[in-house]
Design a protein around this ligand. Structure first.
Ligand SMILES: *[C@@H]1O[C@H](CO)[C@@H](O)[C@H](O)[C@H]1NC(C)=O
Ligand SMILES: *[C@@H]1O[C@H](CO)[C@@H](O)[C@H](O)[C@H]1NC(C)=O
Ligand SMILES: *[C@@H]1O[C@H](CO)[C@@H](O)[C@H](O)[C@H]1NC(C)=O
Ligand SMILES: *[C@@H]1O[C@H](CO)[C@@H](O)[C@H](O)[C@H]1NC(C)=O
Length: 410
């Protein structure tokens, strides 16, 4: 330990490059006390407020997705008064170092976001792909009530039009207990039509697999998709609550030799990580009793390490994952061939003020890590203070984020 410390001091002195610390690895790009929207005119905003179509404190972005100079944000209709559920903001130009709080623009337009139009009901997750498409997971639920079946919608990011739409099938794909909160798109630029989407149903503890080419879905059962009753008790800030949230975090490895990927996944109310090949997930005629052993236990992150979103950087092989109770972001390098345990896991950032409920963690195609924190438990179970910053978006070059951690490249 001492030798390591001296070596670190030595390196710092020699090169004058400070090792990033857990508070310096992430750079804040946006923050909001409350989000506001790009209404056409101030009168429109006033009118929307007067009619209860816009209630500022009820709007909370839950996921972040960067595409070119845009950052897309999903604002689910958890509560009344969400004017647009699929939105984006433009990135400030690179010289601008100040954190900004831009207005949210509806995507693809106001009309599709209108509740009467019913194209976008309540978006909970978005992901862009190498074919310039935006995949949208719409829970179909408004204020906890089902208005429509959960759906997957696909938008052409160049033309801004909907090019795909699929509704999950009642009873098989979703039930009353279903809570759709996360998805993972699996596609390469060489095979845009051969896209698969893995959907996490964290209420029903199963996964729905959607195939874009056949425009059909099937489901995956496995005990490892279930929550762990020992890790469902959460205390964050002043709020204590019990969650039974199953499968949530999913990240995909680069293509393996057989042209499939490894999916690393974890239930939210759990500290375990698991893995399975997408060959198994994509198999419609899977025999679940025989495929049981295709699912692998990676290991435990240790107490207090419940995690929501995760994302893998294909260059370095590092998985980043949110740490909900610890208000941080952790990492694990899949390329190093080490066992998954507390020693091989790194800490990228930790801060119970700025990373209060790090709900989304996402690596974009340029090797940049994005993190969104939003105080979700306070939003759901008490209320957010309008005079405090409640929503933050950070970024970091992956290589900077892992520098000095056990996740760094060898
Ligand atoms: C809803 O989506 C369909 C395409 O599936 C499109 O034709 C229609 O214009 C959209 N409606 C709105 C209001 O955007
Ligand atoms: C895919 O299935 C949905 C039903 O969920 C249907 O509305 C849609 O038109 C189908 N798309 C294609 C391309 O067949
Ligand atoms: C943040 O952490 C500090 C030090 O561990 C603790 O004193 C404080 O109560 C925490 N604040 C919240 C909001 O959890
Ligand atoms: C799909 O699963 C079935 C039953 O487990 C197995 O017989 C079949 O070979 C699998 N198909 C592929 C393509 O792996």
């Amino acid at each position: 330990m001492t030798i390591l410390f001296l070596l670190l001091v030595f390196l710092v002195v020699i090169t004058f490059t400070p090792i990033p610390t857990t508070s310096s690895r992430l750079t804040e790009v946006f923050h909001w006390r409350q989000v506001d929207f790009a209404f056409a005119t101030d009168d429109d905003r006033r009118l929307a407020k007067a009619r209860g179509q816009f209630i500022p404190e009820n709007n909370l972005p839950v996921c972040v997705e960067k595409w070119h100079d845009r950052v897309f944000l999903a604002v689910p209709r958890y509560k009344k008064g969400v004017p647009a559920t699929l939105t984006y903001v433009n990135l400030p130009n690179t010289n601008d170092k100040t954190t900004t709080s831009p207005l949210l623009n509806p995507y693809p337009n106001w009309d599709s976001n209108l509740r009467e139009a019913r194209n976008l009901t309540s978006v909970v997750k978005i992901q862009s792909d190498p074919c310039d498409r935006l995949w949208v997971l719409d829970s179909g639920e408004v204020e906890d009530k089902r208005e429509k079946p959960p759906s997957i919608q696909v938008y052409d990011l160049r033309q801004h039009v909907q090019i795909g739409f699929f509704q999950l099938k009642e009873k098989t794909d979703y039930t009353e207990e279903s809570i759709f909160s996360n998805m993972m798109v699996d596609v390469t630029s060489a095979n845009c039509e051969d896209a698969y989407v893995y959907l996490a149903d964290s209420g029903h503890n199963h996964m729905v697999v959607y195939n874009y080419r056949s425009n059909d879905s099937h489901i995956i059962h496995h005990n490892y998709l279930h929550f762990d009753p020992l890790f469902g008790d959460f205390t964050m800030g002043d709020v204590n609550f019990q969650w039974q949230t199953g499968i949530y975090g999913m990240s995909l490895s680069p293509l393996t030799r057989d042209n499939f990927r490894v999916m690393y996944f974890h239930p939210l109310a759990s500290t375990m990580e698991f893995a399975v090949t997408t060959k198994v997930l994509q198999n419609r005629s899977l025999d679940f009793s025989r495929s049981n052993f295709d699912f692998k236990v990676m290991g435990s992150r240790g107490p207090g390490s419940q995690s929501a979103a995760s994302s893998l950087d294909e260059e370095t092989g590092v998985i980043f994952y949110s740490l909900l109770v610890r208000s941080g972001v952790g990492c694990w390098n899949t390329f190093r061939g080490e066992e998954y345990n507390e020693k091989s896991l790194g800490l990228v950032a930790e801060d119970n003020t700025t990373l209060n409920y790090p709900m989304d963690v996402r690596v974009d195609r340029n090797g940049i890590l994005w993190v969104l924190s939003n105080k979700l438990p306070a939003f759901l179970y008490s209320s957010l203070k309008p005079d405090e910053v409640n929503i933050r978006i950070f970024k970091s070059l992956v290589r900077n984020a892992i520098k000095g951690t056990v996740c760094d490249e060898m």
